[in-house]
Design a protein around this ligand. Structure first.
Ligand SMILES: [Fe+2]
Ligand SMILES: [Fe+2]
Length: 299
């Protein structure tokens, strides 16, 4: 079994290995044909990768002293987040090539949007379980007139931008920070012990969606992208205006039923903000590098 270094939690290699282990839960992985997601060696390896990832998360997302009001703590953590904003960039100055690059990065999660959170439904009880199931049915389009899954809408965004919408079509060219977005949710969703963090994670996802989704849609309009490219973002502006309230209620319901999970819920909140910041910083660094290379005078 390959070695897993204790300090390797955020590296590209670890994130890719973990991504492939998880991916067997969601789709066919040609490189792992014939291996079950329940293969004991694979599960053991996955657990070692998860331990290193969680160690890195706990080092980087240290506990904070909160007000002990979950509603206030979550809102304050979101408001205090000052990570770089990809959506603001896309709305104002981003190029079509950068938008396409961003869509490729996001495809590792968005083509299976909602599925990693859905694994947590059996891990919850009572009102929190009901709200999670209701949010997820919205993600799968069951409550919308168009009946289209959000993952399907994202695939249509990809196709209308000239991209390949098959799962993992761009995996080879993407960094670990892109894999970390779905990996974090799979870590929380597949392990019952992380149910509090999973709920905190989804609360932030839903509560930070409406404004950025509107910016992406306006950015695509500015880039003269077709309407079908914008539909995924437009649908989220409407759907998440409801989901953001439901998701916060879900977190509060979970804390009411299992008060000992308060810190886990907050840990989930901090992990989303951290991984989204890492995702954006890497993307901006890559674009800055490309701009520098493109203005280098010929030798
Ligand atoms: Fe969605
Ligand atoms: Fe949503």
């Amino acid at each position: 079994m390959p070695k897993v270094g204790a300090a390797a939690g955020f590296t590209d290699d670890l994130q890719l290995a973990l991504y492939l282990c998880y991916e067997l839960n969601y789709t066919d992985v040609p490189e792992l044909a014939g291996i079950s997601e329940w293969d004991p060696d694979l599960v053991r390896f996955r657990q070692r990768l998860e331990a290193a990832f969680e160690h890195a998360l706990r080092e980087a997302a240290a506990p904070v002293r909160g007000s002990r009001s979950l509603r206030e703590d979550i809102r304050r953590l979101i408001a205090d987040d000052d990570g770089p904003s990809v959506s603001t960039h896309m709305e104002s100055v981003g190029t079509r090539a950068e938008m396409i690059d961003f869509v490729k990065h996001r495809s590792l999660y968005q083509l299976k949007e909602a599925d990693p959170h859905t694994f947590a439904i059996p891990h919850l009880r009572g009102r929190a379980k009901q709200i999670l199931a209701e949010i997820q049915s919205g993600e799968y389009g069951a409550d919308a007139p168009h009946r289209r899954m959000h993952s399907t809408l994202f695939a249509e965004t990809m196709t209308s931008l000239g991209l390949d919408a098959r799962p993992n079509a761009y995996l080879d060219e993407l960094p670990g920070t892109a894999m970390m977005i779905p990996n974090l949710i799979s870590l929380f969703g597949l392990n019952r012990t992380h149910r509090g963090s999973l709920v905190g994670h989804l609360a932030v996802f839903e509560m930070t969606s409406v404004i950025p989704m509107g910016r992406y849609s306006r950015g695509l309009a500015r880039m003269s992208a077709p309407t079908t490219a914008r539909r995924f973002y437009d649908v989220h502006v409407l759907a998440d205006a409801e989901h953001e309230h439901m998701a916060l209620d879900m977190a509060i319901a979970l804390e009411r039923d299992e008060p000992q999970l308060h810190d886990d819920i907050i840990f989930g909140v901090r992990c989303v903000l951290l991984t989204e910041r890492m995702f954006a910083e890497r993307l901006f660094a890559e674009w800055a590098h490309r701009r520098r290379m493109s203005i280098q005078p010929a030798a």
